[in-house]
Design a binder for this molecule. Structure first.
Ligand code: SIN
Length: 483
């Protein structure tokens, strides 16, 4: 008798592994591009996980902050699901072995980040939250008998049977190709920061899963909403930049220009803790005017212990952040849009599911609230895993099999051109003229590679939205002014 077809999960970040673990005992095959989960953007997350678990806090207050950050473009039912499940998500993570940071009295420590009306960010290893969470989930997945993991495979096609997705096409590093059959396929491939010249994501967070789903006819939602983190470390010539967590500003760090003048005083009532899009636009302007720096000397001697990841990244580049300001730049950080899904991760294509950053169920609205992304991965990943474990062993499709491949990838030079174009036209400040020009360039490149075809969809969505909303800021919208 042949083995039952597994649930195929493409991507080994927090959403993919949460889904894989929750699907037990159904067999799961997790496919990753790189050598494993270490390269996933989840492992690079610094701030932590927002959860209203302090007795004085409430899921409603967390939901309110989420909707304010998202410019009320959010799907309120998804927001309530997210914030109402946060306590359970933290308990589940602790059961998987995550040791969150605690006070001297043993209680969970809560950090504060921009957009939150109080301290509610649970963190681990100081600013190493993503790494600690991923360490625990990878270990849990390794010891779970229902999960098989295969690394180093590029998923570049889908297998369909009668319009039903029932597998994936993969290419190994040596060029060997194969089709793998599954009872369902889950895309958990992360975001699109790699399409921009500067990103806080790993370079291979390039929208591969989103491009695949769109090529197969899945619906997209809110593609124009891209969040830029205001404080990536400015390192000349580097594409994937070290993140300087917003929690640094929560702990007293301040943005300044070359003369040491505050960048945020007088710009927004919350100054350095203003919404990310406001800070990102101010930092972008300062970078154009001569540079922007984060002065973190107020954190003082506590720096190495409280922010070990940032401390190491600075020291490796000859900057001691206890005494020297750190040069910063905005960087593409998070995609609020993605493959349109419902609360259960179902896409418009039967058999195809999506979860985490690649998906869009409307939870983040037009701008994601800080530290809601790992939470999204756990809450919606587990929900999807529970649902998939009840699926029958063979897919519902009948008839002929059809292989649907994505276009080939762009050449390195074309990719560099595309990244510069996206940073310029689709960055923190956009205009109709810039977007029109970008659309023409993407059209010219689209036949050469799938990344340009995907970028075209993002640019077209941004052109469609003539007014500023959340992270989508149009300088030619007369109703909004530059901060
Ligand atoms: C940060 O630590 O500043 C980023 C956290 C997030 O994007 O939620």
């Amino acid at each position: 008798m042949s083995a039952p077809a597994p649930i195929i999960i493409v991507g080994g970040g927090i959403a993919g592994l949460a889904a894989a673990l929750a699907a037990a005992p159904a067999p799961v095959l997790v496919l990753t591009r790189g050598p494993g989960a270490r390269g996933a953007a989840s492992a690079m997350a610094q701030g932590g996980i927002a959860a209203a678990i302090d007795p004085g806090d409430s899921p409603q207050a967390h939901a309110h902050d989420t909707c304010v950050a998202g410019s009320f473009h959010n799907d309120r039912a998804m927001v309530d699901l997210l914030t109402g499940s946060a306590g359970d998500a933290i308990e589940w993570l602790q059961r998987q072995g995550v040791a969150f940071d605690r006070d001297a009295d043993g209680g969970l420590q809560f950090g504060r980040e921009g957009g939150h009306d109080r301290a509610r960010i649970v963190h681990a290893g100081g600013d190493a939250s993503g790494a600690k969470v991923m360490e625990a989930l990878v270990a849990a997945a390794r010891s779970a008998p229902h999960i098989e993991r295969r690394a180093g495979l590029e998923v570049d096609g889908l297998v369909l049977q009668g319009g039903h997705v029932c597998g994936v096409c993969v290419t190994a590093a040596d060029g060997t190709r194969a089709a793998l059959h599954g009872r369902a396929v889950v895309l958990a491939t992360g975001g699109i920061g790699g399409l921009f010249a500067q990103t806080s994501n790993p370079a291979d967070a390039d929208g591969s899963g989103l491009a695949l789903a769109l090529a197969a006819g899945a619906a997209a939602r809110d593609l124009e909403f891209v969040q830029f983190h205001p404080t990536a470390m400015a390192v000349h010539g580097l594409h994937s930049l070290p993140l300087l967590t917003e929690a640094l500003r929560g702990a007293g760090a301040r943005l300044q220009d070359a003369e040491g003048r505050s960048l945020m005083e007088g710009v927004h009532p919350l100054a350095d803790l203003a919404p990310r899009d406001v800070v990102a636009r101010r930092v972008l302007q300062a970078c154009r005017d001569g540079g922007a720096w984060l002065d973190a000397h107020r954190i003082g001697a506590a720096f190495p212990r409280a922010f070990p990841t940032v401390f190491q990244a600075c020291m490796e580049r000859g900057i001691d952040p206890r005494f020297q300001p750190i040069p910063v730049t905005p960087a593409a950080h998070f995609h609020m849009g993605g493959i349109a899904v419902d609360a259960d991760g179902a896409t418009a294509l039967p058999g195809l599911h999506a979860v985490g950053e690649v998906a869009c169920n409307g939870v983040h609205g037009a701008n994601r609230l800080a530290s809601n992304s790992l939470l999204e991965g756990v809450v919606f990943g587990r929900r999807l895993g529970h649902l998939l474990r009840a699926l029958p062993e063979s897919g519902a499709g009948t008839g002929k099999f059809r292989l649907l491949h994505r276009k080939p990838a762009l050449q390195a030079g074309e990719m560099q051109r595309l990244r510069a174009l996206m940073m310029d036209a689709m960055g923190p400040v956009r205009s109709g003229d810039g977007l029109q020009a970008a659309l023409r360039e993407c059209d010219a490149l689209a036949a050469s590679g799938w990344q340009a075809a995907l970028a075209r969809e993002l640019v077209a969505a941004a052109l469609q939205r003539a007014h500023s909303l959340g992270a989508h800021f149009r300088s030619d919208d007369a109703t909004t002014a530059l901060d």
